[in-house]
Design a protein around this ligand. Structure first.
Ligand code: SAH
Length: 218
C-alpha cells in the first residue's frame, strides 16, 4: 500500500521547513512554493514521517542512498532557474523528491536512476502521487541522447568529473548543475552553454553527496 495522506500537522511542519530554508538564504519564491506543496513525508517510511521528513537533513532511503537535504534541493533548484516548459534531465532519481520539485516548477522531466531497486519502487510511487515524469533505469554518465538537447541538467550525486555526454546534451543557453569531486565533499558547479563551443563555469561552495556510480560500481 502506498500512503498518500497529507495532514494539517504535516502541512504545519512544512511551513516550518520553509522558514528554515529562508533563514539559510533560499529566496526563490517558486522553489519555496514547490517545497511548500510537496508532501515530503510520503517519500519516507512511515515510522520516520514525523521525526525526519521536515527536518533540513539528508536521510537514508535504501540501497545505500539518501534523500537529499531540503536545503540542497532548494539550492540546486534555484540555480537552475526553471521556466515553465523547460526540458530537464535529472541524474539520480533516488526516491523522486527532487523530481517532484522540478515538476512543480513546471518542467518536463526526464530522470535516470542507476539502481534498479530504487527505480522500481519510485516509479509507481511518483505516479500514485500524481507526478508524471519520464523515468529511466540506466547510467547517468550517458545522459539521454534520444531526448537531447535539454534546457537544464541536474546531477544529484557527486560526480568524479563533468561527464562529456551531459555537456553535449545541453542546449544553447542551457545550464548544467553538478556537484563535482570524488571525495566526501564536492564543489557545486554550474556550466552554462553560451554558444555552440563556448561554456561558462561558476562554482557555489562545498556540498556532500553520495557518489555518482561508475561502471565498475554497480
Ligand atoms: N534526487 C534524489 C537524490 C538521490 S541520491 C533526491 O531527491 O533525494 C543520488 C542518487 O543517484 C541515488 O539514488 C543513486 O543511486 C543515483 N546514482 C548514482 N550514480 C548514478 C549514475 N551513474 N546514474 C544515475 N543515477 C545514479
Amino acid at each position: 500500500m502506498i500512503e498518500t495522506e497529507d495532514t494539517y500537522k504535516h502541512q504545519g511542519l512544512r511551513r516550518g521547513l520553509i522558514e528554515v530554508l529562508k533563514g539559510k538564504g533560499i529566496t526563490n519564491e517558486a522553489v519555496l512554493a514547490a517545497i511548500g506543496k510537496i508532501p515530503r513525508h510520503l517519500f519516507f517510511d512511515k515510522v520516520f514521517h514525523n521525526n525526519f521528513a521536515y527536518k533540513d537533513v539528508a536521510f537514508p532511503i535504501g540501497s545505500g542512498q539518501t534523500i537529499s537535504q531540503p536545503y540542497t534541493v532548494a539550492f540546486q533548484s534555484s540555480l537552475l532557474e526553471i521556466k515553465k516548459g523547460d526540458k530537464v534531465l535529472e541524474i539520480g532519481t533516488g526516491c523522486g523528491y527532487q523530481t517532484a520539485v522540478l515538476l512543480e516548477l513546471g518542467a518536463k522531466v526526464y530522470s535516470i536512476e542507476r539502481q534498479r531497486e530504487l527505480y522500481t519502487t519510485t516509479k509507481p510511487m511518483l505516479s500514485k502521487m500524481g507526478y508524471r515524469a519520464n523515468l529511466y533505469f540506466g547510467d547517468g554518465f550517458a545522459g539521454k541522447k534520444a531526448y537531447a538537447p535539454f534546457d537544464k541538467i541536474i546531477v544529484t550525486c557527486g560526480a568524479p568529473h563533468i561527464p562529456e555526454e551531459l555537456l553535449n546534451q545541453l542546449a544553447i543557453g542551457g545550464k548544467l548543475v553538478i556537484p563535482v569531486g570524488d571525495g566526501k565533499d564536492q564543489e557545486m558547479t554550474m556550466i552554462t552553454r553560451i554558444g555552440e563551443t563556448e561554456l561558462q563555469k561558476e562554482t557555489f561552495g562545498t556540498f556532500s553527496f553520495v557518489p555518482m556510480l561508475t561502471n565498475k560500481q554497480y
